[in-house]
Design a protein around this ligand. Structure first.
Ligand SMILES: COc1cccc(Cn2ccc3ccc(-c4cc(N)[nH]n4)cc32)c1
Length: 229
């Protein structure tokens, strides 16, 4: 998979050399490049923003640099991902879907966002996904891109040391993960649940299923398909 990120802060993506995607890059499974949007700003001051039509606070990112940048970076197979507070909430299903893509391009905006015509024009040439990381606002698309990249890259066959662990994960089956424990069995007057020390794999599996269901009902009723399940 090829992944490109376009941003006025390309160094924001340096952590990818440290984390899982970095390992994937060394394994030749992911080819990641961060690009500085200002490289496509042609005026002397390399301007990428201007005041909003219609007034209002803040600045808007100009269409010209973005248009040139996307023309240069996007292949025909590109899926253009635009993080934005007004996007569709990102889910595990989206990560699974994107893990099969050939080329992901992240358009990381700043200021009050990117001129809408950039997205509208891109949609005539590539698949475009406007994605929200959650119902909160950050100052730019980079942190969302990092989170989406990590969620996607770890699902690509060959990256995770133990692929079975992916199947059991939170959200993979629509439920939250059960609590996990390790040695010592007794710590600060707290014991590991006895069932986990029993060696009875049937009981352990049943206990974990119930813990997942209880947690999901309590913390994420929106994810509970059928409370009785
Ligand atoms: C566009 O509308 C905006 C309104 C107020 C602030 C900002 C700041 N901002 C700029 C680019 C950008 C990209 C993504 C996000 C973002 C995504 C999520 N889930 N939260 N915040 C925020 C961004 C933008």
């Amino acid at each position: 998979m090829r992944i490109d990120a376009i941003s006025i802060f390309p160094d924001y993506f340096a952590p990818l050399d440290l984390s899982l995607p970095g390992k994937a890059r060394r394994a030749g499974l992911v080819d990641f490049t961060a690009h500085d949007l200002r490289g496509w700003a042609t005026d002397r001051h390399r301007t990428v923003d201007d005041t909003p039509y219609g007034g209002g606070a803040g600045m808007v990112m100009k269409p010209e640099p973005w248009g040139e940048a996307l023309d240069a970076v996007c292949t025909d197979a590109a899926v253009l991902i635009v993080p934005t507070p007004s996007g569709a909430p990102f889910t595990h299903a989206d990560a699974v879907d994107l893990s099969g893509a050939e080329h992901l391009v992240f358009a990381c905006g700043r200021y009050e966002g990117i001129d809408q015509r950039v997205i509208d024009h891109a949609a005539t040439r590539w698949q475009v996904r406007e994605i929200s990381l959650g119902d909160f606002v950050v100052n730019g698309g980079e942190v969302a891109a990092l989170a989406i990249i990590e969620a996607v890259v770890r699902l690509i066959p060959g990256f995770m040391g133990n692929p079975e662990s992916l199947a059991e994960e939170s959200h993979a089956d629509g439920l939250l993960e059960y609590p996990v424990y390790t040695k010592p069995a007794h710590w600060r007057d707290l014991d590991v649940p006895e069932v986990l020390l029993s060696g009875d794999h049937g009981r352990i599996a049943a206990w974990r299923r119930e813990q997942s269901r209880a947690r999901t009902r309590q913390r994420r009723p929106d994810l509970t398909h059928d409370a009785g399940e």
